[in-house]
Design a protein around this ligand. Structure first.
Ligand code: SAH
Ligand code: SF4
Ligand code: F3S
Length: 445
């Protein structure tokens, strides 16, 4: 390996969730170690990588659209190397479909062999071959890959890979493989290293963090891991994603309550408020259990914010089922919600269900849900006016460069007037105004 500058650049487009973000940071880390420089200018890059997502149809359509646009770049510059990887490539038959339409692609690989990218790249450069390698099964976790992180203030650390839940609408278990946890020692060492480099906030990641630890030899579970990470000196804030309600235990809620570094925020995807649909979705909890957890969280963790994911238009969803979702949403009063129109995914059980919902009904329900969620968010944000909040300053505000931007402990986005040397620090901000999706304020110290 060498650190010599090659004067060559790479561009990475990342679609989908934090899992892909992390893989892209690893691809970037490996390329930097080989002397490449990252660029945001796609059209002049020497290497273009698409890290794809297939969780919904529109994620795939974006990739196809962008690949079409790349064709003329390759015609102009035959030395350009184009690589496609990620979840979409992991679907059976997809790599061949892509190669048929876009034969100029140089490298295709899946989610289980991203660590082999440097090897593929060298082979393309030295042998001039086209590479397609998709492993159909997960490998052992590969530790120690360099990670080129997007932010220098907050970092994501994956604690487990894959998913065993097979919710009937979801493609993730098919493209990310079975659940496997990293050893707690590897996780703690990575976090200690990040803290020593100045990172203040860590978000630990997994498709279902509550089942962390299964299959490991050590005596550990998610609550114990949280308590262990909370001991890392110098760490200011700890967040986690995603919690599956079926595996969220009281023990985890008490760990959040007890540990000073764990932020008062929990993302608890409900998907639907209808017991009947939750069953068909294979979620393994009902609304009573979900609402019990919400009550306990609110009771034990003051100032907690609760966020969720909801799917509208799952096969067979009746107006009554949908009303159950609206009713639950109004009871919980989420601080934010990712809302999705159900999208048919190849080879998933829900795709084969006969009672698919027509598009117009899906859209009409979606709009009603968005209105209700947004109304509640606006009410919740109003409560912050006049309060003082601890904000971790992440950088200048995206919409107004004279302002700074960061988040409260419980995850609210704040744009505020403050001193530019506060970036990367924790400051107190007085909130003057609540906007629909953010708070506006002024730094007081
Ligand atoms: N592991 C996480 C979420 C992973 S996918 C969890 O279980 O909560 C993120 C979200 O995408 C899901 O929570 C779900 O709301 C949504 N989603 C997944 N498959 C979908 C599909 N086929 N159509 C619409 N939304 C979907
Ligand atoms: Fe998909 Fe369900 Fe796994 Fe989440 S828990 S990734 S929704 S199968
Ligand atoms: Fe998409 Fe793969 Fe994540 S399908 S949502 S990038 S795990």
């Amino acid at each position: 390996m060498s650190n010599d500058k090659l004067n060559k650049t790479y561009f990475i487009a990342t679609y989908g969730c934090q899992m892909n973000e992390e893989d892209s940071e690893k691809l970037s880390g490996m390329l930097k170690r080989f002397g490449y420089t990252r660029t945001e200018e796609r059209d002049t890059a020497d290497i273009i990588i698409f890290n794809t997502c297939c969780v919904r149809e529109n994620a795939e359509n974006k990739v196809f659209g962008n690949l079409g646009a790349i064709k003329k770049l390759k015609e102009k510059n035959p030395n350009l190397i184009i690589a496609i990887c990620g979840c979409m490539m992991q679907q059976i038959g997809m790599a061949d479909k892509v190669l048929k339409t876009f034969p100029f692609v140089d490298i295709i690989f899946g989610t289980h062999n991203a660590y082999k990218f440097p090897e593929y790249l060298t082979r393309v450069q030295t042998e001039g071959v086209q590479i397609k390698e998709i492993l159909d099964k997960e490998t052992e976790i590969v530790e120690g890959i360099p990670i080129d992180r997007e932010s220098s203030v907050k970092a994501f650390v994956t604690i487990m890979y894959g998913c065993n839940n097979f919710c009937t609408y979801c493609i993730v278990p098919y493209v990310r493989g079975r659940e496997r946890s990293r050893k707690s020692e590897d996780i703690i060492n990575e976090i200690k290293d990040l803290v020593s480099k100045g990172y203040k906030e860590i978000t630990i990641l997994g498709q279902n963090v509550n089942s962390y630890g299964k299959g490991l030899e050590e005596d550990i579970n998610f609550a114990k891991l949280l308590r262990k990470i909370n001991e890392v000196e110098g760490l200011e804030r700890l967040r986690f994603m995603t919690s599956h309600p079926k595996d969220l235990t009281e023990e985890v809620i008490y760990a959040i309550r007890d540990c000073d570094k764990i932020c008062e925020q929990i993302h608890l995807p409900v998907q639907s408020g209808s017991d009947r649909l939750l069953k068909v979705m294979n979620r393994h909890y009902d609304r009573e259990r979900y609402l019990y957890l919400i009550d306990l969280i609110k009771k034990e963790i003051p100032d907690v914010t609760i966020t969720t994911d909801i799917i509208v238009g799952f096969p067979g969803e009746t107006e009554e089922d949908f009303q159950d979702t609206l009713d639950l949403v109004d009871k919980v009063k989420y601080d934010s919600a990712f809302m999705f129109i159900y999208s048919r995914r190849n080879n998933t059980p829900a795709d084969k269900m006969e009672n698919q919902i027509p598009d117009d009904i899906k859209h009409e329900r979606f709009n009603r849900l968005v209105d209700l969620v947004n109304k509640n968010i606006a009410i919740s944000n109003k409560n912050y006016e006049g309060t003082v909040q601890e904000v971790l300053v992440e950088g200048v505000s995206k919409n107004d460069e004279s302002k700074l931007s960061g988040r409260t402990r419980n995850g609210k986005l704040v744009n505020f007037e403050g001193s530019m040397d506060s970036i990367g620090k924790l400051v107190n901000v007085e909130i003057n105004r609540a906007q629909p999706f953010s708070l506006v304020g002024k730094q007081i110290d």
